[in-house]
Structure formats: structure tokens, C-alpha cells
Design a protein around this ligand. Structure first.
Ligand code: F6P
Length: 538
């Protein structure tokens, strides 16, 4: 695929958006946002309702952003993604994760259906206890060993859908090369009742291979080598390497180079999900994502949710000087969603060159961060309300809980709505003064405290709600953000599907590791040499 540079900052829409920002910057969100009046406040798709009415935009700004996306060829680029064209130009690959969630009746890649059958068979046999370990022992624990996309997605989903996990074995996740990660996970587990799942697209990732070696050593402390195949399975696109590692060929589930690591939870990398909640739950997750794919592929840009979220991000980053963006799930079970989104968004769009390799002249991906509400309210929300940075917020809000405690759920929802309102409207000094005076303070005390108690408001935020955190709604939510990331990359004209930046650190760690473990021949810089000496001599 040839890449003709499409620098958005050279378009007249960019200039117009700069003018619109200048024109409206002194207005408040409440004054500016006319979407509710135009009934464009809430857009529903695939079980999600997205409320845009607390963003610092009006219809004219949104229209201009949409026009920018159209100039950047958004519709054609969406079609290319969904059709499985090689949108990842530096690796000449498709990013065809949407094919993983096509219903069987319209599946164009037979290898996907075949692998789904294998996922089902394996998950079923572990859940109905027909898969037995050494000595005919029941498998009670499965440990997924993987990192990045081979960890964060399935870990987040298993956590989010833990209310549906019954019957099957417990599923654990180990990612860190820090030896304590695996060691603490193994505490209390027994080799005969444990299955190790090595998840690595490349089967080349040091953290995963080192942890897999340690886990295998632990298994062999109690079981015979001949029984190892009852305890080790793998998911990889590098079947040869997995076999060379010692995994039984029948125990390897494939994946493919047209699935990016951070987009892979829908593939066999999602096996831990099917083991934890059953294959039908996993299938519901796929269905929800497919519903969002259909929306992304067919909805006009004006009402296309992933496109609108991407355009809002571009508006805040490129025109309103936002450097970061917070995602706040008001659901304890979605506590890992910000971590998951960090890889999805920042590994995808943390780029500084256009698709043709020339340097961008505008900013790209913001820092993504956040944690579950209400916990964050008693921690970093202070900065969101009164700090000097503009930090747009996405609230993720399942309206109803899997718990019967409706009162507490009402508290949770009330807190989310209150945070959204407080960020938007704030409290001016006059209101703060009145409140202080009403509490009986003297005039001088009131004037000393009023500015401390005032909140500026005008902090843009979006509420992304769903009825309940079901597999289908979660699938739609994840696909919404996957496509948001792609839509933003299209407008910025960057490649969302490579990650060359992570390679340098990997390269540099090899000689440092050699030096730390006794190879004195490696030459290095002064700082590194200092720390190598401290490590080897202490
Ligand atoms: O850290 C870079 C990365 O390549 C991620 O993109 C990927 O998800 C992760 O490492 C793990 O890779 P693999 O599945 O090949 O072990």
C-alpha cells in the first residue's frame, strides 16, 4: 500500500479549528455545548450509550472535526481495516482483528473458525474436568504466562467478568520477569493440578520465556517429564519455536501475523477468558465487539462513536493543549481497564512520524491513565478538579451491578454523575463565599478561603454507559476503543499497528544482562557501568 503523506495540520480544517478554539476559549462548556439542544447529546450503539453533552464543543466544532476526518479519508481507511488490507504499512500486514469476531456464517478466514473450535474444546475439557493432570488429577489452576497484549487483554476481561466465573479452574496471570511475580502466584499451588498456558505471539519475548522455563522447572519437581504435555499448552504464531521449547504440537493453538498483539484478546490469546467464564461467554464477548465493528463500518462519521471519540481526543490534544486523558471506570470489576487501554492507545499511537516516515509537526497520543471510581476520588481527582492541566475524562458507567446491593450501586452511580457534574460546572468564588458565610465564618475568613474552595469547572468529560457489565457490552466497549485508536491514527496519518519504539530497550538489555551475570567484556556508558558494579559487588 503506497502512502501519500496526509498531514492534517496542512488542511484548512486545522486552521478553522484553531480559529474556532480562539473564538470560544473564554466560554464555558455549559454555554458552548449545544448538542443536547440538537439532540446529539447521546449516541447509542452495540449496547453502549455515549453522552457527549459535557464536552467543550458545539455543533460547529464537531462539524469541522468531522470534515477534517473526511478529508483524511476516514471512510475509505475504515473499509481498508475491516477488509483486512495491509494498513500496517511498516510491516506490510493487515490488522484484521475484526475478522476474529465475525459470525461463522460470514467468516472469510476458515482458520479462525477452526481455532475457535479448539478454544471451545480445550476450555470445555478444563471446565468439565475431563482434561486431567498427572496421576489423573483434576486441574484446579491455570496460569497464563505472557506479557503486553498476551496478558493485559485476557487479564482485564477475566477480572471484569469474574462474576461469571464459576465451575472452571482458577485462572492466574504472570507477566513480570521480576521473579516474585511467578513465585507469589505459585504459592499454595500444586504441579499435578496446575496447567501452564504460555501465551506469546512471537514466542520470542524474554519475560515470557524466562517465566515459562521457571514454571516448567517447578512442574518437573513433582511430575514426570512424560506427563508434561498434560500441564503445558501454548498460544503462538511461532509454532516452530513453541515446539522447540518443548510444547507438544497438539497443545499449540495458532495465531497469525495479521493480528496485532494488543488487538489479540479475541484470538486464542483469549483462551483464559473461555476457561474462566466458558466458551459461550467468550462468544458473547465476540458478538458485542462484532456489533461495534458493524457500527464503525457503517455509521456516518457524524454519528460514528469511535470516530467521534477520536475527534474529541484530537480536539483536546491539538487545539486545547491537553497532554493527558483519564479513563475512570465506575465499576470495580473494570479496575484493570485503564491499564489495558494504556497499551492499546499508547503503544498504538505513541508515534512521531507520519506513515510515509516524515516527522509530524503536531502532537499525537496523549498519556492515558486512570483507575476505578470511587477509589480515585480520594486520591488524584483533586488534580482533575483544581489542577492547572486540562485533562479530559471518560467515565465508564455500568448502570446496574451483578451484586444485589442496590443501595451501594446507587451510591456508585451517584458519585460518577456527581464527578461529571463537578468537573463540568465547578463552583465559582461567589458560590464558595456564600457557602462559607452560611457556615458561620467571618467576612475575613470567607475572603481568605473562597479561592481555595472554588473549582474552575470546564473540565470536559464523556459518559460511556451500559446497562450492565455483560460479556457483550464489554466486547463492544473494547472494540469502541480499538476503533477510536485507529480513527485517531487515520486523522494524524500515523501507523497505529507497529511498535518499533519498544525494541531499543530490549536490544540494550541484552549486553547489560550479560555484564550483570559475569561477562566483563561488555563496554558501556558510565552510569550503566556504575550500576553494574553496584549489582555485581553487593
Ligand atoms: O512490548 C512489545 C510487545 O511486542 C507487545 O506489542 C506485545 O503485545 C508484547 O510485546 C508481547 O509479545 P509476544 O506476544 O510476542 O510475547
Amino acid at each position: 500500500m503506497t502512502n501519500v503523506k496526509a498531514d492534517p495540520s496542512n488542511t484548512h480544517h486545522w486552521k478553522k479549528l484553531t480559529e474556532l478554539h480562539d473564538k470560544h476559549q473564554s466560554q464555558s462548556i455549559v454555554q458552548l455545548n449545544d448538542l443536547a439542544a440538537n439532540s446529539g447529546q447521546c449516541i447509542d450503539a452495540a449496547g453502549l450509550s455515549v453522552d457527549l453533552s459535557r464536552n467543550f464543543v458545539n455543533q460547529a466544532i464537531l462539524d469541522e472535526l468531522v470534515a477534517l476526518a473526511k478529508t483524511q479519508g476516514i471512510s475509505e481507511k475504515i473499509s481498508q481495516l475491516i477488509a483486512g488490507e495491509a494498513v500496517n504499512n511498516t510491516e506490510a500486514r493487515a490488522a484484521h482483528h475484526s475478522a476474529l469476531r465475525l459470525p461463522d456464517s460470514i467468516q472469510t478466514r476458515p482458520e479462525v473458525s477452526a481455532t475457535q473450535q479448539k478454544i471451545k474444546t480445550l476450555a470445555d475439557s478444563l471446565r468439565n474436568k475431563t482434561w486431567r493432570g498427572s496421576g489423573n488429577t483434576e486441574i484446579t489452576d491455570v496460569i497464563n504466562i505472557g506479557i503486553g497484549g498476551s496478558d493485559l487483554g485476557p487479564r482485564m476481561v477475566c477480572n471484569a467478568l469474574s462474576s461469571l466465573a464459576s465451575e472452571g479452574p482458577r485462572v492466574h496471570f504472570v507477566a513480570n520477569i521480576d521473579p516474585r511475580d511467578l513465585e507469589t502466584t505459585l504459592q499454595g499451588l500444586k504441579p499435578a493440578s496446575t496447567l501452564i498456558l504460555i501465551s506469546s505471539k512471537s514466542f520470542n519475548t524474554t519475560e515470557t520465556l524466562e517465566n515459562a522455563l521457571s514454571a516448567r522447572r517447578w512442574l518437573l519437581e513433582e511430575i514426570e517429564q512424560s506427563d508434561l504435555s498434560k500441564h503445558v499448552i501454548a498460544v503462538s504464531s511461532n509454532v516452530e519455536k513453541a515446539v522447540a521449547f518443548g510444547v507438544d504440537a497438539d497443545n499449540i493453538l495458532p495465531m497469525w501475523d495479521w493480528v496485532g498483539g494488543r488487538y489479540s484478546l479475541w484470538s486464542a490469546i483469549g483462551l483464559p477468558i473461555a476457561i474462566a467464564i466458558g466458551y459461550s461467554g467468550f462468544n458473547e464477548l465476540l458478538k458485542g465487539a462484532h456489533a461495534m465493528d458493524k457500527h464503525f463500518a457503517t455509521a456516518p462519521t457524524e454519528s460514528n462513536l469511535p470516530c467521534l471519540l477520536a475527534l474529541l481526543e484530537i480536539w483536546y490534544v491539538n487545539f486545547c493543549a491537553a497532554h493527558s486523558s483519564a479513563v475512570l471506570p465506575y465499576s470495580h470489576e473494570l479496575g484493570l481497564f485503564p491499564d489495558y487501554l494504556q497499551q492499546l492507545t499508547m503503544e498504538s499511537n505513541g508515534k512521531q512520524v507520519h506513515k510515509d516516515g516524515s516527522h509530524v509537526t503536531h502532537r499525537t497520543c496523549p498519556t492515558i491513565w486512570g483507575s476505578a471510581g470511587t477509589i480515585g476520588q480520594h486520591s488524584f481527582h483533586q488534580l482533575l478538579h483544581q489542577g492547572t492541566e486540562l485533562i479530559p475524562v471518560d467515565f465508564i458507567l455500568p448502570l446496574h451491578s451483578h451484586s444485589d446491593e442496590q443501595n451501594k450501586q446507587a451510591h456508585l452511580v451517584a458519585n460518577c454523575l456527581a464527578q461529571s457534574k463537578a468537573l463540568t460546572e465547578g463552583k465559582n468564588e461567589a458560590a464558595a463565599e456564600l457557602e462559607l458565610a452560611d457556615s458561620g465564618l467571618s467576612e475575613s475568613e470567607v475572603s481568605a478561603l473562597a479561592s481555595h474552595k472554588a473549582s474552575p469547572g470546564n473540565r470536559p468529560n464523556t459518559i460511556i454507559a451500559m446497562d450492565k457489565l455483560t460479556p457483550s457490552n464489554l466486547g463492544a466497549l473494547v472494540a469502541l476503543y480499538e476503533h477510536k485508536v485507529y480513527a485517531a491514527s487515520v486523522v494524524w496519518d500515523i501507523n497505529a499497528f507497529d511498535q518499533w519504539g519498544v525494541e531499543l530497550g530490549k536490544q540494550l538489555s541484552t549486553p547489560i544482562y550479560a555484564a550483570l551475570t559475569g561477562d566483563s567484556s561488555a563496554s558501556t556508558d558510565k552510569t550503566t557501568a556504575f550500576w553494574i558494579k553496584r549489582f555485581t559487588q553487593s
